[in-house]
Design a protein around this ligand. Structure first.
Ligand SMILES: Cc1ncc(COP(=O)(O)O)c(C=O)c1O
Length: 305
């Protein structure tokens, strides 16, 4: 990864290489952390802005609340700290990673009483699914592993522990030459990727799995639903089968890291004509215009640093 100069830890900036924790940190052993993935972009007027920063901070606080963690800072302070990290690292465009986690005190499973710590890092991160993914599109493989069922863990929370499920599916897909895994929920309905939501396009309408299909309620997913509707498309949250994906006209993934990435092949089956489709392209273009502050109507989603 491309290292920056500073990381914000528990209220102050420390040099990147000194942002360390003890090996007996609770979160390292039991996955007791919550986090966010945020991006900042250079906007048309030359200033850098965090995209939907307040929504990410809100989700971070909600994730912490679900796991009974009290963040020792206010939402405003965390947003300001995110801006500070971008500014002090002199980053024009970057990925921002706030994490709230149970620190070091005791090592029983019970996290109550273990200090809650907060860190925010930011660094340059290009295309999440590999160079050229946004232009060319990616290939998915359906994972043998099912997404964590909502009866087992609250998937509205973006918790670090959830990602062991994502990691095993991702390795499985990468090991046989695919770019990303497609995960089904515990019922066998389409859920999401390992770090992104999925949309299909059929006859000019958009469909994406509902919240109860074990998905993380993505902020990019919500953005795309809104942009699609404003552009005159119907966008539905509805059950999707694997066969629906195979026979869709277009498929794409959304996520802060992934942005809007076309999918051209799933399990060896070519999607549409094997090239990113026109609806995907239009929404992708619109998304980048919005994050770069080119569309007046959505400028309220930008937090200038
Ligand atoms: C499992 C999972 N699903 C979906 C998403 C997309 O969410 P967002 O658009 O808020 O980044 C992410 C990324 O945070 C994720 O990790």
């Amino acid at each position: 990864m491309e290292e920056s100069k500073y990381i914000w830890m528990d209220g102050r900036l420390v040099p990147w290489r000194e942002a360390k924790v003890h090996v007996l940190t609770h979160a390292l052993h039991y996955g007791t952390g919550v986090f966010e993935g945020v991006r900042a972009y250079r906007t048309v007027d030359g200033r850098t802005a965090i995209f939907r920063g307040k929504d990410h901070v809100k989700r971070l606080f909600n994730s912490a609340k679900i796991y009974r963690m009290e963040i020792p800072f206010s939402e405003e302070e965390i947003l300001e700290a995110m801006k500070l990290v971008v500014r002090e690292n002199e980053l024009e465009e970057c990925y921002i990673r706030p994490i709230v986690f149970r620190g070091y005190k005791e090592l029983g499973v019970d996290p109550s009483g273990i200090p809650v710590r907060v860190a925010i890092a930011a660094w340059k991160w290009g295309e999440y699914l590999g160079r050229g993914a946004l232009e060319r599109g990616v290939r998915l493989k359906t994972s043998a592993w099912r997404r964590i069922p909502p009866q087992s863990l609250p998937l509205e929370a973006k918790a670090t522990g959830n990602y062991i499920n994502s990691a095993i599916a991702k390795m499985e897909a990468r090991d046989v030459g695919y770019d990303e895994a497609l995960m089904l929920d515990y019922r066998g309905m389409v859920s999401e990727g390992t770090g992104e939501n999925i949309f299909i396009v059929r006859d000019g309408e958009l469909f994406t799995p509902p919240l109860y299909a074990s998905i993380l309620p993505g902020i990019t997913r919500a953005t795309i639903i809104r942009l699609a509707r404003d552009l005159g498309y119907s966008a539905h949250e509805s059950e999707i089968t694997l066969a629906d994906v195979y026979t869709a006209d277009e498929v794409f993934l959304t996520g802060t890291a992934t942005e809007v990435t076309p999918v051209i092949n799933v399990d060896g089956i070519v999607i549409g004509n094997g090239r990113p489709g026109p609806v995907t392209r239009k929404l992708q273009r619109m998304y980048f215009d919005v994050v770069k502050g080119k569309v007046e109507k959505y400028k309220h989603w930008l937090d200038y640093i």
